[in-house]
Design a protein around this ligand. Structure first.
Ligand SMILES: Cc1ncc(C[n+]2csc(CCOP(=O)(O)OP(=O)(O)O)c2C)c(N)n1
Length: 539
């Protein structure tokens, strides 16, 4: 019987669909026309067309961060591929598995001075765990399996460039299944648990530091804190893990964290990291014994002085550690100090959140959001002082947060919010962004319209690149260019078809405007005039 003949592009799409890919983000270009044609002729994978390839790559990165699975983006050769890079940097830095599929010069022009040719393998080298250029249509299934498998197993960016003509060439190869790799169970041994328990039992001032990797382990974390007499700190990604009322929950650490908790943390003698790689210099102890639990081996290579690392899921490792700690005689004095710090911060935080005046103070805005967004909303954050204020004043309940952790790129909030809505159409999605960050991705306001995405973007409009202004202030260097020249965001959003709002006085109006925007249906933007506050200044 004759084997089915498909084009390379059709084969790749079938194979990606077999791997569970539901969306590909990108911009059309002539080097990918064969791929775009095949996308248009199938209905298993949705193509989300963006205005700029960096938005497409941010969206793919956000997809990987939110689902734990693969994100896929596509761009044409040359400038298209180059535009992807910032989003690939974000995915690489945060260990989000993303596949970039790019077009390349046709095979008979590959490597010549043909327009837009660049060696793309060299281009993506610092970001990609694997990158190959397809040289023959019959190798497509194997290369794609290698690219996706490497992205998922190494939790990194991978890349395939495909010469324009090959996308449309026929192949008799079949989609190749991917080896299933079972991770997370039984990779830690009884010995490693015993060793961890013996370090933990030496603690007089224990601290737990939890992040998004401990998402399934809230109950066990609570139990461990109780048994071990430990304080609990959470990274930005771990914020929604535990209820505010959890005993000894000290909230965030580092810039925007609980300042009193930093002082306490520096005195800790044993630290257990559960699903986080956040280790903010200047806020961490210098001679504590550190144990790290993380599902992914390659998360254990960050700059943390870890004594013992256990590769496994927090929800599997923690119950076993808890068994070892039954009957541990905890330090009541340390527990009391943790509780004291928790209460002191709760009082400060409440006061900050109630600050008055117009334009609004950043903490007032974040606390107003805290009071109005749904308990299970998804928050998409940008990079700037707006992120730091969110970390400081947003007291999460059960919300999920998606952000640019180690890459810290501006412009991530809007694309990430759009992805969140595509994945979770029933959830409320809110992006909190600065006026500088939003201006980097303004063109993609139209992407939200095109796909009818019901998201709310809250702009903390301080007419400044405030995070840089703060740093310039500290360094005492000359500052001319941190002041922004802003458009009227309300008019601009409306021109794009968004609903837009601007609260204009300091009373209950802020909450009611936010509520209206959150419930409006379709994309909405809230432009909030914000006071320029030098960050380290407490309110
Ligand atoms: C793409 C990119 N460019 C530049 C920077 C450096 N940077 C970090 S924060 C920041 C200012 C952000 O300004 P804005 O978005 O207005 O937020 P604010 O700090 O005022 O809250 C800049 C320029 C960056 N992180 N990413």
């Amino acid at each position: 019987m004759a084997q089915t003949e498909r084009t390379v592009a059709e084969l790749m799409l079938e194979q990606l669909s077999m791997y569970g890919v539901k969306r590909i983000y990108g911009v059309v270009g002539d080097a990918t026309i064969g791929f775009i044609d095949a996308l248009a002729k199938q209905d298993k994978i949705q193509f989300i067309t963006c205005k700029h390839e960096s938005t497409a790559a941010f969206m793919a990165s956000a997809e990987a961060k939110l689902t734990g699975g693969l994100g896929v983006c596509t761009a044409t050769m040359g400038p298209g591929a180059t535009n992807l890079l910032n989003g690939l940097g974000d995915a690489h830095a945060d260990r989000a598995p993303v596949l970039a599929l790019t077009g390349q010069a046709p095979t008979d022009k590959y490597g010549t001075a043909t327009p837009q040719f660049i060696n793309q393998q060299d281009l993506v080298k610092p970001f990609a765990a694997y990158s190959a250029n397809l040289a023959s249509s019959d190798a497509a299934a194997d290369l794609l399996e290698k690219a996706v498998g490497t992205a998922l197993r190494q939790r990194d960016v991978t890349h395939l460039s495909v010469p324009k003509d090959l996308f449309m060439e026929k192949t008799s190869a079949s989609p190749r299944p991917m080896a299933e790799v079972i991770q997370g169970t039984a990779v830690f041994t009884k010995e490693s648990l015993k060793k961890a328990a013996s370090i933990m039992k030496s603690a007089k001032r224990p601290m737990i530091f939890a992040g998004s990797g401990a998402a399934g382990a809230a109950e066990e974390l609570r139990k461990l804190a109780e048994l071990w007499g430990a304080g609990i700190l959470v990274s930005l990604g771990g914020k929604g893990l535990l209820e505010e009322s959890t005993p000894n929950l000290l909230q965030g650490i580092g810039e925007g964290g609980n300042p009193h908790a930093s002082e306490l943390f520096k005195q800790a003698d044993v630290v257990l990291l559960a699903g986080t790689t956040w280790w903010p210099e200047g806020h961490v102890p210098t001679d504590a014994r550190v144990i790290q639990i993380d599902l992914h081996f390659n998360q254990i290579e960050k700059n943390i002085p870890v004594e013992l690392a256990i590769a496994g899921k927090s929800e599997e490792v923690l119950p076993l550690l808890n068994e070892h700690l039954e009957g541990f005689s905890r330090s009541d004095d340390w527990v009391a100090r943790c509780q004291e710090v928790k209460e002191k911060w709760a009082r400060n935080n409440e006061d900050e959140g109630n600050s008055e005046g117009y334009p609004f103070r950043p903490s007032r805005i974040i606390r107003a959001l805290d009071r109005t967004v749904a308990p299970d909303a998804i928050l998409a954050l940008d990079t700037g002082d707006n992120t730091v204020w969110t970390n400081r004043n947003f007291r999460q309940t059960n919300q999920t947060t998606v952000f640019s952790g180690y890459w810290r790129t501006m412009g991530f909030g809007l694309p990430a919010a759009m992805t969140a809505k595509l994945i979770h159409p029933d959830k409320q999605v809110v992006a909190i962004v600065g006026d500088g960050g939003l201006q980097m991705v303004l063109a993609d306001l139209m992407t939200a319209i095109r796909y009818g995405l019901d998201i709310t973007v809250v702009v903390m409009n301080n007419e400044s690149l405030q995070m840089e202004k703060d740093k310039i202030d500290v360094m005492g260097t000359k500052d001319i260019w941190t002041d922004l020249t802003n458009p009227d965001f309300v008019k601009l959003a409306e021109a794009c078809g968004w609903k837009a709002f601007r609260p204009v006085s300091d009373d209950e109006e802020l909450e009611s405007v936010l509520e209206e925007a959150l419930n409006t249906g379709g994309p909405s933007l809230v432009d909030i005039k914000t006071v320029q506050v030098f960050f380290p200044e407490t309110e």
